[in-house]
Write a protein that binds this ligand. Structure first.
Ligand code: ATP
Length: 241
């Protein structure tokens, strides 16, 4: 279980981005985090993956724990080795490298050759289109295929928890549906998922439970099916009313 407890984060010693956020990502579940621009979603992921410092941010108080281990203060490479792997917002695949080379880069920290081969087979099974394009440069893929490659690259590190930052960003509705299905399948195969999304329809469709972040605080949380029915979520995030 990944647990976040009363987390306070500031940037440059001034901007309070998270103000006492607590949440739990139980093993085997998909947990969605919704919220508008500036709510603190990316900050939450940075606090988990150990990349806050790269953005001049720091944890002032509270904790991030994975099982019995404290995550706050660790660097990104350590976090990946512990099994938490982030797919960054905006995909950021290597455009000049081929699909296959991108995947190899994702598996670089993984010394277990057999595990790497299994991960690669899993990625090509989940995304047959990546196998078809394995020799093509990343830059030549469509937006949806690049998102699939970014997810595939993260899977090469055999994560226990996959951290996704707005995978639907800039994609057509049909492709967003496919990404949602793939997230559900990855989860069925045993990987927990923390899904940060502005697309509430997709996120609540695939998540077991969800949290709504509002200017650095959790304003709502509960089972995804329940949140989908709440007036506030309907009005603010599902475009009803
Ligand atoms: P978006 O979807 O736009 O990325 P978000 O919900 O991910 O929004 P964050 O990016 O976590 O929100 O930002 C939360 C708050 O922290 C905002 O007020 C933002 O301006 C501020 N912030 C984010 N990064 C920095 C930074 N590097 N330096 C200073 N302030 C920052």
């Amino acid at each position: 279980m990944l647990s976040i407890d009363a987390l306070h984060v500031t940037y440059g010693g001034a901007v309070q981005a998270l103000r006492g956020v607590s949440m739990e990502i139980p093993d085997g579940e998909v947990v969605a985090v919704l919220g508008s621009n500036g709510a603190g979603k990316s900050t939450l992921l940075r606090a988990i993956s150990g990349t806050l410092r790269l953005h001049r941010g720091r944890v002032d108080s509270g904790s991030v724990r994975f099982g019995d281990d404290q995550l706050s203060g660790r660097d990104p490479a350590q976090t990946v080795r512990m099994g938490l792997v982030q797919v960054p917002e905006g995909r950021r695949i290597f455009g000049r490298l081929t699909v296959e080379e991108n995947l190899r880069a994702g598996g670089m920290g993984n010394r277990d050759k057999a595990a790497k081969a299994r991960a690669r087979d899993r990625v090509y099974e989940l995304f047959p289109v990546l196998q078809e394009r394995s020799g093509q440069r990343g830059a030549l893929l469509s937006g949806g295929e690049q998102q699939m490659l970014a997810i595939g690259r993260a899977l090469m590190a055999s994560p226990k928890v996959l951290l996704l930052d707005e995978p639907s960003l800039g994609l057509a509705p049909r492709i967003i549906g496919q990404i949602g299905e793939v997230i559900a399948e990855i989860n069925r195969q045993g990987t927990s998922v923390l899904l940060v999304e502005q697309n509430a329809t997709m996120a609540l469709g695939v998540a077991d439970r969800a949290y709504v972040l509002d200017v650095g605080e959790v304003s709502l949380s509960g089972p995804a099916a329940e949140l989908s029915r709440s007036d506030e979520v309907q009005r603010l995030y599902l475009g009803h009313g």
